[in-house]
Design a protein around this ligand. Sequence first.
Ligand SMILES: NC(=O)C1=CN([C@@H]2O[C@H](COP(=O)(O)OP(=O)(O)OC[C@H]3O[C@@H](n4cnc5c(N)ncnc54)[C@H](OP(=O)(O)O)[C@@H]3O)[C@@H](O)[C@H]2O)C=CC1
Ligand SMILES: N[C@@H](CCC(=O)N[C@@H](CSC=O)C(=O)NCC(=O)O)C(=O)O
Ligand SMILES: [Zn+2]
Ligand SMILES: [Zn+2]
Length: 387
Amino acid sequence: MSATAGQVIKCKAAVCWAAGEELQIEDIEVEPPKANEVRIRILHTDGLLNIIQGICHTDEYTRSGKDPEGLFPVILGHEGGGVVESIGDGVTSVAVGDHVIPLYTAECRECKFCKSGKTNLCGKVRTTQGAGLMTDSTSRFTCKGQKIHHFMGTSTFSEYTVVADVSVVAVDKQARLDRVCLLGCGITTAWGSVVKQPGIKGSTVAVFGVGAIGLGVITTSQLVGATRIIAIDTNDGKESWATKFGATDFVNPTKLPEGKRIQDHLVEITDGGLDYTFDCTGNVQVMRAALEACHKGWGISTVIGVAAAGQEISTRPFQLVTGRTWRGSAFGGVKGRTEIPGLVEDYLNGKVKIDEYVTHKRPFAEINKGFHDMHAGDCIRCVVDMD
Ligand SMILES: NC(=O)C1=CN([C@@H]2O[C@H](COP(=O)(O)OP(=O)(O)OC[C@H]3O[C@@H](n4cnc5c(N)ncnc54)[C@H](OP(=O)(O)O)[C@@H]3O)[C@@H](O)[C@H]2O)C=CC1
Ligand SMILES: N[C@@H](CCC(=O)N[C@@H](CSC=O)C(=O)NCC(=O)O)C(=O)O
Ligand SMILES: [Zn+2]
Ligand SMILES: [Zn+2]
């Protein structure tokens, strides 16, 4: 039992008060966990463990106001790790002191979705999570007397956070928490999007967008045995990254002859198109190009990127009539409580890269600089040092 169990904890958090505003480091209050909830210490003060956590483009997407589900004021962050400080009644899946990763895709194992065997999406907490609240429709965070919304059921940009017990997984304490916390989103999303897509072994793949997600798709495609992996990015600086992670080719669509569309170029250089393509940009024009770069009769295109409010995808229905498939992937189709412990072991065994994605590091007090880093073009993953 920790000394703070059952008490309101006062700590620091990065609060975004309104859409488009920078985050403010504020003193907040974090209520104890209620039944089936877990309070997690993201800041570790004993000097043994220095937590870092990632900033994902989806945090920026919500901060910017482009997310139709965005609610403010809010504590963002969904790629973190921490240590369980206390648990509410009925919690059996994690214990005080466990090293844990919060999961924005819950896994209750009881709902229609979880029991379907067809999806990783879980229905248990999604409605209240989307409303920025815990399952009893209240928040555990206050600041200056005001209620602060939770974000994606995780809100990791806080020294303490509260999550549902179905939204957290304990991991091997031998794994450095300041590394495996990055499995909370981007790397796992990319890994799952590839390993859960049958047929990539021996096939051709095109990856649009060479950020953390695109690199994860490239390296996992290589791991499962894709024969040709074409990376596409508008930034030439991404070519060396793509190659280092396993791409066989790199194309910058802005360097094609005038009027030449990227999908037409890809179809030409691949004898009819790719077996598999992935959108890792969030740009709906790119999503279309990725679909249309697929081979007639069997090509499959996966949308991973998150597009802004009001954006819609389109293509000629004939593209689908003639055998191309458009699909999407949330958190890579990964069931976090079941599969993240195995991914942690894969990291410990050198089968999954994590450290290689980190290009920038910022102290918590400079978290806004981390958000700016993401727009600079040379950033794969910026991590925030909570110490
Ligand atoms: N479905 C899911 O579960 C998840 C989805 N996401 C989403 O995935 C997307 C990718 O995330 P992340 O890798 O972190 O993002 P990044 O911005 O780091 O990577 C995107 C890359 O695409 C490049 N790019 C931009 N426009 C084009 C274009 N027209 N053609 C080709 N490349 C282009 C960017 O270039 P430049 O460097 O010049 O900007 C950048 O290199 C985001 O939308 C994010 O929200 C993230 C996690 C989970
Ligand atoms: N809130 C947005 C949709 C955002 C979105 O698509 N989120 C992804 C994860 S992105 C992680 O970095 C996701 O898993 N969505 C599934 C879900 O149930 O939210 C909107 O409303 O457009
Ligand atoms: Zn994310
Ligand atoms: Zn469920």
